[in-house]
Design a binder for this molecule. Structure first.
Ligand SMILES: [Zn+2]
Length: 331
């Protein structure tokens, strides 16, 4: 079969001909239709995963395809150890070891076939296309858990979403609106803010501008943010925490802009604010977002689609950071 294979950190990934994988007793073989291009690929190129990777590796984390020649399925992009006390009782989202990712810790979807554990399979509703399902498998699942499961958004609440033009940000924005929130989006690029406007968002803030905090207080009539959804951490996160209102909730899932931040503990306990970390999502949560898309409550966002032969061009596009939505590879 055709597959993009990386033989070592120092080599270039090559479109190669390799044997079709043989699934183990707990696995099934999926014929890949589309695979989403993920930041994890770029992290592999910069050797971020150290020696947790075994080569040769087929990358590709966000996979949809066909099972047994007919059933259309998505693959839950994360897999857990399956052995710890949490996994044993069916709560693998709390697995004791960090979740692992297809295309990083196990061969992924830049190939015609992939062998995956049976429990990673999620059926795709008949009215959801392969590209749309593929665009949702990772970012939308993450956003769904943060916005609809962990946050407690009530109609009319002020909800601020950082990095709103990112994968998780686009879906968090749409879900916060669906939950009835008054959404304020923050991004560092006016062009991207312009696209977010087309999703019906009225309050758009470029956080590169001076006094963006004053703008938020102005928009909310000095009330502050009821729910903050953050995916980046760092200085921006630090500067937004004091703007969260009394009894407000912050849900965060990443720290690409910095892990070490300062928190004013007195502000947090006097004003009884909640700070909730989030990681991954369950298969049921991903199924729920599929259904919201089918009901036209959330729109999948696709940046572009490349054939597998042009995967290096897709990586170049991702590196340039001008992407809005998911880049897909058609297998
Ligand atoms: Zn486990």
């Amino acid at each position: 079969m055709k597959a993009f294979v990386l033989k070592s950190y120092s080599s270039k990934p090559q479109l190669s001909n390799i044997p079709i994988p043989t699934p183990t007793r707990d696995e099934v073989l999926v014929k890949v239709a589309y695979c989403g291009v993920n930041q994890a690929d770029l992290k592999i190129f910069s050797q971020n995963y150290g020696n947790s990777i075994s080569f040769p590796l087929t990358m590709g984390s966000e996979i949809v395809g066909t099972l047994n020649g007919e059933k259309r399925v998505a693959i839950h992009p994360y897999f857990a150890c399956g052995k710890c006390t949490y996994c044993q009782k069916g709560a693998s989202i709390f697995c004791k070891t960090p979740w692992k990712l297809f295309g990083v810790h196990k061969n992924g979807g830049y190939a015609q076939y992939v062998a995956v554990p049976k429990k990673s399979i999620i059926p795709i509703p008949s009215s959801l296309s392969f590209p749309d399902a593929c665009a949702l498998t990772l970012s939308a699942g993450t956003a769904f858990r943060m916005v609809t499961v962990l946050a407690d958004i009530k109609k009319g609440d002020w909800v601020a979403v950082t990095a709103a033009a990112s994968g998780v940000g686009i879906y968090s924005t749409q879900l916060a609106k669906y939950m009835g929130g008054n959404v304020i989006v923050l991004a560092g690029d006016d062009k991207k803010l312009g696209v977010l406007k087309s999703f019906g968002i009225k309050h758009l803030i470029n956080y590169q501008s001076a006094n963006f905090q004053a703008k938020i207080m102005d928009i909310t009539g000095d009330h502050g943010i009821d729910t903050l959804i953050d995916t980046v951490g760092g200085v921006l996160f630090e500067s937004l925490l004091p703007l969260v209102s009394k009894e407000g909730t912050t849900v965060f899932c990443g720290a690409t802009a910095g892990k070490d931040i300062r928190i004013n503990m007195a502000d947090m306990y006097y004003r009884q604010k909640k700070l909730i970390g989030s990681s991954g999502f369950t298969s049921a949560e991903l199924r729920n977002i599929f259904h919201l898309v089918v009901k036209n409550k959330v729109k999948p966002v696709i940046d572009s689609i490349f054939p597998i032969e042009e995967l290096p061009k897709a990586w170049d596009r991702l590196r340039k950071r001008q992407v809005f939505g998911k880049i897909l590879i058609k297998i």
